[in-house]
Design a protein around this ligand. Sequence first.
Ligand SMILES: *[C@@H]1O[C@H](CO)[C@@H](O)[C@H](O)[C@H]1NC(C)=O
Ligand SMILES: *[C@@H]1O[C@H](CO)[C@@H](O)[C@H](O)[C@H]1NC(C)=O
Ligand SMILES: *[C@@H]1O[C@H](CO)[C@@H](O)[C@H](O)[C@H]1NC(C)=O
Ligand SMILES: *[C@@H]1O[C@H](CO)[C@@H](O)[C@H](O)[C@H]1NC(C)=O
Ligand SMILES: *[C@@H]1O[C@H](CO)[C@@H](O)[C@H](O)[C@H]1NC(C)=O
Length: 510
Amino acid sequence: MAGSWLPRCLLLLLLLGVSHGAWNMRQIRHTLHRQRQLDSFKSFYIRLAFPKGASGYTEPIEGHYTQPLDHFNRRNNATYRQRYWINEEYWQRPDGPVFLYIGGEGSLSEFSVLSGEHVDLAQKHRALLVSLEHRYYGASINQDGLTLSEIRFLSSQQALADLASFHLFISQKYNLSPRNTWICYGGSYPGSLSAWFRLKFPHLVYGAIASSAPVRAKLDFTDYNKVVAKSLSDEAIGGSAKCLDLVKEGFRAVDALLHSGNTSELEKDFSSCDALSGPDDSAEFVGNLADIFMGAVQYNGEIRGNNVRRLCQIMTTESPQSAYEGLRKVNQGYMESMGLQCVQNSYEKSVADLNSTKINPVGVGERQWYYQTCTEFGYYQTCEDALCPFSPLITLNSQLALCTRVFQITMESVQQSVEFTNEFYGADHPKSSRIIFVNGNVDPWHALSVLKNESRSEIAIFINGTAHCANMNPSSPDDPPSLKKAREDIAVQVTSWLKSAEKEVEAPAP
Ligand SMILES: *[C@@H]1O[C@H](CO)[C@@H](O)[C@H](O)[C@H]1NC(C)=O
Ligand SMILES: *[C@@H]1O[C@H](CO)[C@@H](O)[C@H](O)[C@H]1NC(C)=O
Ligand SMILES: *[C@@H]1O[C@H](CO)[C@@H](O)[C@H](O)[C@H]1NC(C)=O
Ligand SMILES: *[C@@H]1O[C@H](CO)[C@@H](O)[C@H](O)[C@H]1NC(C)=O
Ligand SMILES: *[C@@H]1O[C@H](CO)[C@@H](O)[C@H](O)[C@H]1NC(C)=O
């Protein structure tokens, strides 16, 4: 059975990664992608086995819809086929609401309309569930889509226009009217899209849930690793000041070995697939080692055996010899949990991976996402700040250099694009209404989101103790009280939106 569903049912993807392009983070993201799919699969089938309602299960509809490749120049008649899913199971025809789940930097699957917080809410409010895969990711891409000339139609602005066009398509297909209230959902980059869809198309969606949405673009995202440091010392999740200190000390020892040019020791101790040749490989190496900690923090509690508590346990109690030895053990444990024989530290291989135009219909679109960082968001997680616990070899310049090497985009251009993105969407002060920004304090991405109720119109929910997009998973008895409370707050908001939307339709404002 496994063989038949595994490749097909990839899901809800909320894996905004570390953008420095190192290999380990890609392994972590792919593993998590698979694991989340398994979890959704389980939660969905448990629900299926013990149905709450009387209605039987109806298969979601998978479809493809032809979109203009360039919404902003209709004299370009090129198109691509965008994939979507529809779940009619809970929908109260003809006036029930429509819940839109927005895809992002990876493939979606039917689980995007079968499992998750938005599905629980759809069941409660008898909503039609629809989801749209992001252009250029998953199956929503032309054969030659990743080439340098074709990738230029990949942008958040085009993605929002796709959503508007999809809104029209669904409205026609189901003969919808203003009585059908639309609410959109997304997490991570799609969380930003969810907020921006409400911001730019307020006539199309009544409200938006934006989970772990880094709505402020940032070229040099130094704050990312500051939050990682804070989380590594956060006792509520198994961190400690001692753990953070040992991580710093371990990286200083690694840096010293690199500095002395003695790399053979590091290659052996950290199971490098190949010899480290030159400064680029050294930077890749420390980036990969840092990824293990960054991934453990960002996805704390989601990757089995690779969370803050476990890593800090190894650093503080299982490595009495030295901090360096602690890092070595952390790396070993990571490799075992991921089933790796060695760690790929070749910079040239990383460049070649990002430069490959081969389309991978399942999983995270690494080349595409890097392109979006170069053309819209930056988000480079650097370590040049003294508060970063890892190696200062993780620099902004090395990450920007990839934009030039892989996409022929200059550093100045990246800087300008980031500024424009903030100007275009309003950064972390979007002037909109009825958007819920949900963040967890453990998640490094919260540093670029909306955390306070500054205007009457936005609602910020800041969850103590959770990592990236925790509220988007289906609710579980293991949820900490702070997450349960956040889910309740979101549910209350959604209910009140639906009520006020109904009133507006009945008695339109004069
Ligand atoms: C698209 O436009 C080109 C000219 O720009 C034309 O040759 C071609 O027939 C058009 N294709 C379609 C499907 O309209
Ligand atoms: C490299 O470092 C290791 C221990 O840190 C030491 O045993 C070895 O002799 C060094 N090699 C060179 C060439 O310096
Ligand atoms: C990327 O691939 C193209 C061909 O697809 C090639 O011309 C170019 O040199 C490659 N760039 C790098 C940095 O490998
Ligand atoms: C913002 O306001 C909402 C209620 O409108 C409340 O639930 C939430 O806790 C507030 N957020 C913060 C960060 O104070
Ligand atoms: C967060 O939760 C931990 C325990 O889980 C508690 O010790 C801490 O005080 C809480 N912080 C805030 C700001 O509520």
